[in-house]
Design a protein around this ligand. Structure first.
Ligand code: NDP
Length: 251
């Protein structure tokens, strides 16, 4: 029988792939959403006797995100002891100073993926799991960038600030229904996203040297280590007490 149901976006690589590995267990149904499947995850699920369903969807397109959210909803079993949704998929681009933020579709894609898709997935998750279990958790992977301004990160900072506020609205509105939501910053993690910041043009992205230096000094966190801590965080009895949180508070 499936005891725990976890929905995770962006499990194909980076922090999400590491989180999926940390969460796959015999009593768990893990439903993932990203554009590409994660082949190694399928093998790991078989080895651990876990149930895994990988759904392909481009979450930067709201119409495709709606279809993806419907597929997720259809995959959620009627009776589990807990349901969790982890909104992890995200993008940092476009990175540019305010006068150069002129690519409308690129800006819209970032808002669609980092905010709109979260709202759409959450809506279907809440509607589908209503009345099925008292334990319903939503973990939004945010960023310190949503709380502290970074030059040239106008789009990314704005999307993560929006994610933080949306999380607060969820708690204000849905806590009475047994829903607990957290917006959690993961720290600086060694993933493709960091590579994309490092590989950007310092003339357009003034913080590039800082991130290149962090990498050169070996100061990025390993995805597997951060994922193990986030998986433990998701299980905490007091989950949701700090609605805007940072995994580095638990070092
Ligand atoms: P990566 O760029 O390494 O991975 C992003 C993940 O999101 C991939 O699995 C990707 O899958 C998925 N994704 C990207 N675009 C789409 C899309 N259009 N539709 C569906 N899925 C998509 O990012 P990280 O692992 O570094 O980041 C994970 C989260 O952590 C993000 O929300 C990020 O903002 C946050 N974060 C990361 C930090 C870091 O230092 N790395 C710092 C602070 C926050 P696919 O390409 O297959 O679609």
């Amino acid at each position: 029988m499936t005891d725990k149901v976890i929905v995770l976006t962006g499990a194909s690589r980076g922090l999400g792939a590491a989180l999926a590995e940390a969460l796959l267990a015999a009593d768990t149904l893990l439903v993932t959403v990203s554009r590409k499947p994660n082949e190694s995850l399928q093998k790991l699920a078989r080895e651990r006797g876990a149930q895994l369903l990988q759904i392909a969807a481009d979450l930067s397109d709201p119409l495709k995100a709606v279809v993806g959210a419907e597929k997720v909803a259809a995959a959620l079993p009627e009776s589990a002891s807990s349901y969790a949704l982890i909104n992890n998929a995200g993008m940092v681009q476009p990175l540019a100073l305010a006068p150069q933020l002129t690519d409308g579709p690129a800006i819209a894609s970032a808002f669609n993926l980092n905010v709109t898709a979260v709202i759409l997935l959450t809506a279907r998750f809440l509607a589908t799991t209503e009345g099925r279990a008292r334990n319903r958790r939503i973990l939004n992977i945010s960023s310190g960038a949503g709380r502290n301004p970074q030059p040239s990160w106008g789009v990314y900072c704005a999307t993560k600030a929006a994610l933080d506020m949306y999380t607060r609205v969820l708690n204000a509105e849905q806590r009475a229904n047994g829903v607990r939501a957290v917006s959690l910053a993961p720290g600086v993690v060694d993933t493709d996203m960091q590579a994309s910041i490092r590989n950007s043009d310092p003339a357009r992205v003034p913080v590039q040297p800082r991130f290149a230096e962090l990498h050169a000094r070996g100061q990025l966190s390993a995805p597997a280590q951060v994922a193990a801590r986030i998986a433990a965080y998701l299980r905490r009895d007091d989950f949701g007490q700090a609605e805007i949180d940072d995994i580095r508070n638990y070092d």
